[in-house]
Write a protein that binds this ligand. Structure first.
Ligand code: ATP
Ligand code: MG
Ligand code: MG
Length: 349
């Protein structure tokens, strides 16, 4: 059987490995942490850093194709790998998604609207940018932020911005204009090597403490807005000559127009509902795309709500298991630290 290499051993890698196994593939993961969620289901783990040349060489030798489950795979590592084995999605997608400044420029170049922004490389830059935005904005680290980490919101000129540049680590930052959204949505889309595109229905997402809490289908969205999300996805996928699944987050304004927030060149938390409400999940879709199989039909057979189980939410699992039409999915993590994603449930409606 063919072997699919997966960089990263978290829950997304685990769910990719499960989907791959069901299609008859072997999986090998590259992950420095020995006891990781994906190791429990993959056929093999290479325990090495994501940029370790020896580990990458082993991964290339063991794999017919390599993919990844997180967007912070070192671009040079992905490019080096790509000289030996196909790497999907293309490393350029990593490059565009790893830095919020590059990402916003790329989205704009594709004709997709984003928040206004200023690059921030000093406290003085921040003060000037906040003045330009009337004291409002969302300050973010350009790299490595997730689950709302590395962010600071300014709601008015009265908010104290002193030391904010240092507080966020004196690293390159971006100040985005504050978007007064009425809701947030995301679209999960896939593209095959021969250029076919499949889009799942947009999900409506609610965050709690910066972390995705629920994704609800259908989203409360006009058909024009849903179409705008699909066409944005198609533009991005074509511009990157993309192969695999991508997740794109949008803000929805009161007039129904969309503003792109960010993209993730991988399967996405807001697409977990697809395993319960579609015949072909985002995980299977990604495996199909990167392995050269035809894409599956992304149609949704049920309305649903996906809810993340964060930290102690794991204690509610016995209750979820008693309910009808709930798919419970746990990641095999033993320690339920606050803010840690332990699993998710999808309630079909
Ligand atoms: P993820 O875990 O989705 O990768 P992240 O850490 O990359 O999250 P963002 O998606 O950029 O962070 O922001 C997290 C949340 O903060 C958004 O979903 C939204 O609710 C809010 N937010 C982010 N940027 C803005 C903005 N410019 N205006 C208003 N709200 C914002
Ligand atoms: Mg993000
Ligand atoms: Mg986000």
């Amino acid at each position: 059987a063919k072997t699919i290499g997966i960089i990263g051993g978290g829950q997304l890698g685990r769910m990719l490995a499960m989907a791959a196994a069901r299609l008859g593939f072997r999986t090998v993961i590259l992950e420095p942490q020995a006891d990781c969620p994906a190791a429990q289901v993959a056929d093999r783990q290479i325990v090495a850093a994501y940029d370790d040349p020896a580990g990458l060489a082993k991964l290339a030798a063991a794999s017919d194709v390599v993919t990844y489950e997180f967007e912070n795979v070192p671009v040079e590592a992905a490019e080096r790998l790509a000289t030996e084995v196909p790497v999907y999605p293309p490393p350029r997608a990593l490059e565009m998604a790893q830095d919020r400044l590059t990402e916003k420029r790329f989205l704009s170049d594709c004709g997709i609207q984003t928040a206004r922004y200023h690059a921030i490389d000093s406290q003085a830059d921040l003060e000037a940018a906040l003045t330009d935005f009337g004291g409002q904005g969302v300050l973010k680290t350009r790299r490595l932020g997730y689950d709302g980490k590395g962010q600071r919101v300014f709601r008015s000129v009265d908010d104290n911005s002193a030391d904010s540049y240092a507080d966020l680590g004196s690293v390159p930052l971006i100040l985005e204009s504050f978007i007064p959204f009425v809701r947030e949505i995301s679209i999960i889309a896939a593209r095959s090597a021969d250029g076919m595109v499949a889009c799942y229905d947009p999900a409506e997402n609610v965050h709690r403490a910066g972390i995705l809490h629920t994704s609800t289908l259908p989203a409360k969205l006009s058909s024009d807005a849903a179409q705008a999300a699909r066409s944005a996805a198609e533009k991005l996928l074509a511009a990157l000559d993309y192969v695999g699944v991508i997740g794109i987050e949008f803000f929805v304004l009161a007039d129904g127009s969309l503003i792109a927030n960010e993209m993730a060149p991988r399967v996405h938390n807001s697409g977990h509902w697809t395993e319960a409400a579609c015949v072909v999940s985002q995980f299977e879709q990604h495996i199909r795309a990167v392995s050269g199989l035809p894409l599956g039909n992304p149609a949704r057979h049920s309305d649903c709500v996906m809810q993340n189980l964060i930290g102690d939410d794991i204690l509610s699992v016995p209750d979820w298991l008693k309910r009808d039409n709930v798919l419970v999915h746990l990641y095999g993590k033993t320690e339920a630290r606050p803010g840690r994603k332990m699993g998710h449930v999808t309630q079909l409606l």
